[in-house]
Design a protein around this ligand. Structure first.
Ligand SMILES: Cc1cc2nc3c(=O)[nH]c(=O)nc-3n(C[C@H](O)[C@H](O)[C@H](O)COP(=O)(O)O)c2cc1C
Length: 430
């Protein structure tokens, strides 16, 4: 399937913050990780890193579901591998003698405080990977207080996600241009009415490309489970149970436009018909005019595109290559991040996604100038390995590792990570 068409724990007191106190109504930032989740130690013993969760997901999910979340475009997932290699190649030089205890890692994004410079990237059809995924992700993000970006082709509704995650709800929009953007503008209106904190316009899916692993498992178009898929479901009892609990994944958000009785394949066809191409700069300007809150564009890979976005008055931008899911020739976003950060300066907030698999990766992106790093696949692997509690465990791992990486570098705050010496062999110079 295509991204545009794919089908609690008690809280410990927050650590001392280097930032000003929260604004009225924002509450206190919750501590995460082993301080907050009584099951953390047990989960950590089984799944100490994101990589272990990926292996767990491969074992536990129906094969088609794992292929949907894990695969990229082009030959042998080369783009995904480049994203990982680009991050792995970034070296950070530590300073010692300054770090008596783990530093806090709270951040402020667009005037709101979050527990860490970490977020959940928007994903279409995550409920294929784990039925009910959108709501599990939203709940975990709200509990940990990190941003959750609900996707246009998610399998819940704007209103429901806003109710589950009122403090951390962001919404991603794909281009739906027919009828003068009637559907797109209406989705934005609903998001604003529901209290969404940021609208994210995805720019980097101008064309459909082939994701071979999706195609060969039967997710390349309409959803018609064959015997093979049914057998895979039978072999994955926890997933099948989640399907019984949460129902067949549907693009519920699009119901008002596709019709209440639309079947899953009607929905797939509807999304394919209505959502195509990527926003033009003129269209970004139109959304800027209508959307009064924080506006972010996603998929920026060139400093001049960043400049254009800033000139149109966006508040933030995601440096991202869609997690290696478009074409494999794109550079690793981490390698274009420094040039984009230099271009943007303090005129907008630069966010990062693509390839994040550890807190160390988060700190690499932060050190190179991103205000926060978001992950996509890591969260789906977490759900695949652990079901509903997987999203929270991914957040816990990422926060623990982020703090550990900051501590190891001798950074007393995330900001101080920006002054470490960095070697980045792949950085692009424009
Ligand atoms: C299964 C899946 C579906 C996705 N669907 C969307 C989408 O609907 N809209 C969007 O802007 N990005 C989508 N993305 C891209 C993510 O938002 C993000 O850019 C990417 O996953 C980050 O890379 P990572 O997976 O290596 O962390 C999707 C990613 C995955 C893995």
């Amino acid at each position: 399937m295509h991204d545009t068409t794919a089908i609690a724990a008690p809280q410990a007191p927050a650590p001392p913050s280097p930032l000003p106190p929260p604004q009225a109504g924002q509450g206190r930032v919750a501590a995460a990780g082993k301080n907050a989740n009584p099951r953390y130690a047990e989960l950590y013993r089984r799944y100490p890193t994101i990589d272990y969760l990926r292996r767990g997901a491969r074992r536990r999910l129906p094969h088609f579901a794992f292929e949907y979340c894990d695969g990229g475009s082009g030959k042998d997932d080369a783009g995904i591998k480049r994203n990982w290699a680009g991050l792995d190649a970034v070296e950070l030089v530590p300073r010692y003698g300054v770090m008596p205890s783990l530093p806090p890692c709270e951040v402020e994004l667009f005037g709101r405080r979050y527990a860490a410079p970490i977020g959940i990237a928007p994903m279409g059809g995550p409920a294929i990977v784990w039925p009910g995924a959108d709501e599990y992700l939203a709940r975990a993000a709200q509990r940990a207080r990190i941003p959750y970006t609900f996707g246009t082709v998610g399998c819940s509704t704007i209103e429901r996600i806003a109710a589950i995650a009122p403090d951390v709800f962001w919404f991603q929009l794909y281009r739906a241009a027919r009828n003068d953007h009637a559907i797109g503008f209406d989705l934005a209106r609903r998001a604003q009415a529901a209290g969404c904190h940021a609208l994210v316009l995805t720019l980097d899916v101008p064309v459909r490309t082939t994701r071979a692993r999706e195609v060969v498992v039967g997710l390349g178009g309409a959803f018609n489970p064959d015997l093979k898929m049914l057998f895979q479901m039978l072999m994955a009892p926890a997933w099948t149970m989640a399907l019984r609990q949460n129902g067949i994944p549907r693009f519920s958000n699009l119901r008002p436009y596709a019709g209440d009785n639309a079947s899953i394949n009607d929905m797939v066809a509807f999304a394919r018909r209505e959502m195509g191409g990527a926003f033009t700069w003129d269209e970004v300007a139109q959304y800027r005019e209508r959307w009064k809150g924080t506006l972010i564009v996603k998929g920026i890979m060139h400093p001049q595109d960043a400049e254009k976005a800033v000139s149109l008055g966006v508040d933030g931008l995601f440096v991202s290559n869609h997690g290696g899911r478009q074409i494999e020739a794109l550079p690793a976003p981490i390698d274009v991040l420094p040039a984009i950060v230099r271009q943007v300066g303090n005129r907008a907030t630069v966010l990062y996604d693509s390839g994040i698999r550890s807190g160390t990766d988060v700190v690499r992106a932060y050190a190179l100038g991103a205000a926060a790093a978001f992950a996509g696949k890591a969260f789906l692997w977490g759900l695949g390995a652990l079901g509903g509690e997987g999203a929270g465990h991914v957040i816990d791992i990422l926060i623990e590792e982020t703090q550990a990486a900051l501590g190891q570098l001798g950074a007393l705050t995330p900001e101080q990570a920006r002054s470490v010496v960095i070697r980045q062999p792949g950085a692009l110079h424009f």
